[in-house]
Design a binder for this molecule. Structure first.
Ligand code: ZN
Length: 285
């Protein structure tokens, strides 16, 4: 295993600071994140407007990066022009991924065939721009895996061999599925649900996957840790998730903090954190 240079703080790999729940105090939220040691945030879009706002936030905060994309809930409203808009937004050097994109067969807010089409269009965009993808999958485990396994096969020839293809955000599947995703080059992102009493499956994932394939996230304003259930989540809460993962693994807080920050740097190409872990995705499979 390569020696990783030390990261300078936690990376929240997925939050929605552009959400209206942060309209009144997003500067204070950013300050609290910094004070809590969360040095870097990836603000993720879920439709065109939230993607635009994510880019604006990244443009005006040096610790913030953006992902642009349309969530499966909104797939039915997507036009070819929207894909062009995402492509134009992704031109900013502050955009580090396409997302969040994927399949949601739990709420089924868009027809499933439309979700699949829009997911595929955005995967094609990501590959053409050489950007990783941030994937949302809910009650669509095998369908999402099938799409991404095909994507990996197609990407084999064009994708840099030493970069992950993307991240499974708020991973809620079991350990066997997590390991299958790692096999095809996807990082697994652990949210604060690992602090919930009933979340044995997520804890098994947090305990069982290699740290170098693990990212952490808040998904703020959603999914607060156990100590704040029912309240708004924010990036400053990320250390509670990191501590839980450290306890589960018998590791130190800083070991999990550093490793997950380096994984996010490697995934998103966040140069300022330090030289990303140079390792071939295919070499570790
Ligand atoms: Zn999200």
């Amino acid at each position: 295993m390569p020696v990783l240079s030390r990261a300078e703080g936690l990376v929240d790999s997925h939050c929605h600071l552009q959400d209206s729940k942060f309209n009144d105090d997003h500067d204070a939220v950013l300050k609290r994140a910094q004070d809590a040691g969360v040095s870097t945030l990836v603000v993720v879009g879920y439709d065109i407007e939230s993607s635009q706002r994510a880019v604006e936030m990244a443009d005006s905060n040096e610790n913030v990066y953006a992902a642009v994309g349309v969530h499966p809930h909104d797939a039915r409203a997507v036009t070819p022009r929207d894909i062009d808009t995402l492509c134009r937004l992704a031109d900013s050097s502050r955009v580090v991924a396409i997302g969040e994109i994927g399949l949601d067969y739990y709420r089924d807010l868009s027809p499933r065939d439309t979700q699949l089409t829009v997911f595929q269009q955005q995967l094609d965009l990501a590959r053409s721009l050489r950007l990783p993808v941030v994937v949302h999958s809910r009650q669509a485990d095998e369908e999402t895996f099938a799409v991404l396994a095909d994507y990996e096969r197609e990407a084999l020839h064009t994708w840099p061999k030493d970069r992950p293809l993307g991240v499974m955000h708020c991973f809620a599947g079991g350990l066997p599925l997590a390991l299958r995703y790692i096999e095809i080059g996807f990082v697994i992102s652990i949210p604060a649900t690992c602090t919930y009493p009933g979340a044995e499956e997520t804890r098994a994932v947090a305990r069982g996957i290699p740290l170098r394939w693990m990212a952490v996230e808040t998904d703020a304003p959603y999914l607060p840790p156990q100590s704040r259930r029912g309240k708004r989540n924010e990036p400053a809460c990320l250390p509670e998730t990191v501590q839980q993962i450290a306890d589960l693994r018998g590791a130190s807080f800083s070991e999990v903090a550093d490793a997950t920050a380096m994984t996010s740097a490697w995934l998103f190409g966040l140069g300022h954190i330090g030289e990303p872990a140079k390792q071939s995705v295919r070499e570790v499979r």
